[in-house]
Ligand binder design. Sequence first.
Ligand code: PRT
Ligand code: ZN
Length: 285
Amino acid sequence: MKKLKIAIQKSGRLFEKSIELLRDSGIKLPNGTGKLLAVAEDFPLDILFLRDDDIPEYVSDGVADAGIVGENIVVEKGYQLNLIERLGFARCRLSLAIPKNIDYTGPEYLNGKKIATSYPNILRKYLADNKIRAEVHEISGSVEIAPGIGLADAILDIVSSGSTLISNGLKEVDVAIRSEAVLVANKDLNREKYTLLEKLLFRIRAVQKSRDNKYILLNAPDDKIPEIVKVIPGMKSPTVMPLAEKGWSSVHSVLNENKFWEVIDKLKDLGAQGILVIPIEKMII
Ligand code: PRT
Ligand code: ZN
């Protein structure tokens, strides 16, 4: 029987969420990490644990069939891979930053400057797109200290909350790319492996969907039901059931997390009572 081989980060910012996503997708992994390879118990899947920087190459070579890695690494490495799904975690941006006391007039400020980064390819593309000539200085870590020690005039680095920049006396002036964890796959998977990947993707999507949505139950006077139904249309249409108390009904539906508070406020204004909001474990539509 054919198996799918997926590469995930061995340790670091992507590790926990990658494992959680696989577990929530019903893939049981043996406990204990530190190994290079784990065999899933109830899905034809092997998991390879690698440094994130190596994942695009391994997937491109076919050593792994698929991988979970930051989009920033995929773009930087430049291998031709199939981007299967954006996974919504490890969100960050690759941004240009300069010392905070300098007036920034626009990308042209960078002309003739020295810019330190661990992402030389993304930086070169940014410079070319903005028609800027600058010196690219590649360093492998602690990029944020480069301006402070006189090594560079600016940096291109990963920013998430922005606090690392602030504590190094820098300010973010432009975003080169935005990134999040992505599921990528080899371009030439055979039919059997592709079928397995689709099966895994189906599960991943069900997990993702359930995370974005909540199950909602509420009680409301019957005359308000038509308006309430418009506010929470649900997957197909909400379930409406009469309560034992005459003139009242219970409404059950599915609610998108993004609109959560806005919708709750509307429901309260419409006279809804006893609103319960419950997490959904899996959602298949
Ligand atoms: O050992 P290995 O090579 O596998 O791991 P790594 O050390 O290279 O990567 P790791 O685990 O630090 O990050 C993995 C991926 O997480 C990155 O490639 C990004 O896709 C994503 N990610 C999301 C981040 C951040 N957020 C992040 N904040 N990666 C790094 N940072 C660092 C950044 O380098 C900077 O130093 O955090 C600092 C900035 O954070 P703020 O919150 O202060 O702005
Ligand atoms: Zn790395």
